[in-house]
Design a protein around this ligand. Sequence first.
Ligand SMILES: C[S@@+](CC[C@H](N)C(=O)[O-])C[C@H]1O[C@@H](n2cnc3c(N)ncnc32)[C@H](O)[C@@H]1O
Length: 376
Amino acid sequence: MDKIFIEGIAHGGMGIGKINGKITFVHNALPNEIVYAEIIEDKKDFSIAKAINFEKTSKHRVEPKCEYYEKCGGCDFQHIAYDYQLKLKADILRSIFKRISKIDINDIKVVESKDIFHYRRRVKFQCAGKRWGLFQKKSKNPVVIEHCKIADKAINEFISGDDCIKKEIVLSDDNVVNKKESVLNLSDVVDNLYLIYEYGSFVQVNRDINIKMVKTVVDSIRQKNVNRVFDFFGGIGNFSIPLAAYGINVVSFDSNKGAVKSFNRNAKRLKLANIAKSIRKNLTKPFDIDIKPPDCVILDPPRAGAKKVVEYIDRNKPEYVLYVSCEPSTLARDLITLKDSYIIEKVTLFDMFPQTHHFETLVELKFDQNKNGSLY
Ligand SMILES: C[S@@+](CC[C@H](N)C(=O)[O-])C[C@H]1O[C@@H](n2cnc3c(N)ncnc32)[C@H](O)[C@@H]1O
């Protein structure tokens, strides 16, 4: 075992230190801790190790609440006090932007989650025979669980009664679990606004943070002089339909058939079909759009990022871009292209996933004709 001082934190939540000068990523180790670690993978340029004993522990370390925490792959930040989870996430975001896109971000607005446990309204379960489970850490084998500390209480009740079903269990905003059609309540953004969506369509996991995120995007666009928006990876209309409810013309693009169908049904039901529509399109292949480019683009891609959408933006230069991302490394990669013609106006970190290293980032960009490569 080697003694190692933990200097910082890496994306993915591992502590970073050095053993004999070689960068070492250490599982279960926090900044400023001194740990005895066992190397579990030795690569050419770095090693991966596991903290076994602690000579000095961080004052931010707490006892994990979940009895499955050591084994289950669902959470990896439960041993960290919540305030410090937020600080670490902002540090991780800052360092990824610096390393990948060579951008220094001083101000990151951090939006915390009202609930830090039992916030997930959808969870993908694995089965061990008839018993409910989740993937183990770094493995495709399930660990049997009887309850989950981050799943909504109604989902926990659902899994306590039945044999396991190997699929995603979704809680609708009317508190019914696993309906064919669920409800997404956006009344906190626009009075009495709710969307109905088909099972299998994407919905953001954390109700409170989703509302805060949609409100931020919608308020920001309403303050600009924007008439037309393209919403890439628009899903069931989480951002688009509230914008349309405020009279803004929106076209959404998404590859999921059910999401596109739900979007257009909602637009019709809400009498917004004249200003809001969704078009089915695969956005990872090269594409063009035969509708006049908009003055504002929202994009909210899956983890792989949005290379082709960024190429579209680069060709058409809409005045505003609001990039929502659940994967900071692909966001940072995509910003390398955008930084030649856009300035970053604001960066917000939304803590969609407490107790894990994951988070959502919103980067608000504005086209700048005089841009010559620097982002500020
Ligand atoms: C992170 S979700 C965001 C959805 C929506 N903006 C929201 O807030 O609910 C990503 C969306 O991208 C869609 N998607 C995934 N791969 C895609 C692709 N290759 N082309 C177009 N859309 C895709 C999914 O169907 C999903 O709706």
